[in-house]
Design a protein around this ligand. Sequence first.
Ligand SMILES: Cc1cc2nc3c(=O)[nH]c(=O)nc-3n(C[C@H](O)[C@H](O)[C@H](O)COP(=O)(O)OP(=O)(O)OC[C@H]3O[C@@H](n4cnc5c(N)ncnc54)[C@H](O)[C@@H]3O)c2cc1C
Length: 302
Amino acid sequence: METQYDIVIVGGGPAGLTAAIYARRAGRSVLLLEKEGFGGQIASSPRVENYPGLPGISGAALSDKLFSQAEALGARLELEEVQSIQDGSLKTVTTDYGSYRCKALILATGMKRRTLGLSGEETLQGVSWCAVCDGAFYRDSDVAVCGGGNAALQDALFLSGICHSVTVIHRRDTFRGYQMLLEELRRCPNVSFRMNTTVDALLGETALTGLSLRDAVTGKVSALPVSALFEAVGQLPQRTPAETLLPLDDAGFIPSGEGCRTPVSGVFSAGDCRVKEVRQLTTACADGAVAAVAAARYCQEH
Ligand SMILES: Cc1cc2nc3c(=O)[nH]c(=O)nc-3n(C[C@H](O)[C@H](O)[C@H](O)COP(=O)(O)OP(=O)(O)OC[C@H]3O[C@@H](n4cnc5c(N)ncnc54)[C@H](O)[C@@H]3O)c2cc1C
């Protein structure tokens, strides 16, 4: 049986949960659909230092707060994966459990992890994309983090408190992450850096035993014995179930203007899945608010 809502939100990360809070406060009935876990990417971050008013909060705690706030305001929050969306005077959203109709739709599908594309990456025990989830399995072990942005630096900092040693491997000669984070990491005695270096191969049969590294300048290949590799090599937009509805940019992000409106009437987008310059918590939440206000106004007018 189809149930009807004013606004359906696809994605339960910071953008989607903020949109739910704003849409409920605007008096609209709201269904938010999340396919994996409420909180989105930030749920796996050990420590968030730049969310205004909550310095040092863990990503999991921030996710819980956002979820509780949206739920307390009366948003219906369900763990279901949106598989297709059909446009019309009412939009039909189909999930793996059923289908729903709504006047307005907010796409807040975020991004997903990028992989190195190495053999054994998905099967070898010891390869992880979540330091906060898996770091404790490698307590007192030698581990590596691959990447050059804030996620890599945060992971390395978190792991330095648990593991015997952490080697940060980056293919370039400078990091993209925040200077303060880098300075903190440089003060950790058990952290070392391999700059201008790529991971060529994963060593081990069922569990990771080491990495084959290549120096991008000299071409020299060397082995680094580690029990775990934490990959933080960037993100890609999630495949959006709205791709048949909407023109996406070349990289797969959803174009939407200042008001988070897409070219399709009644469809809005918020957060990291949008074409934009700064993909952060604050900008995701800001988008969620803007999209929800615009969607609520759309419901009123239609
Ligand atoms: C390790 C890490 C640390 C970070 N640290 C910081 C930090 O310190 N400060 C900061 O400002 N930013 C940080 N970020 C970035 C920040 O987390 C993101 O900018 C923010 O989460 C974007 O929010 P979002 O809601 O747009 O997308 P996401 O958080 O990606 O959430 C999107 C959600 O949509 C769901 N979804 C996708 N497709 C579907 C579908 N078809 N059906 C149902 N659900 C779907 C996904 O499962 C996901 O939960 C970090 C990111 C990572 C990975």
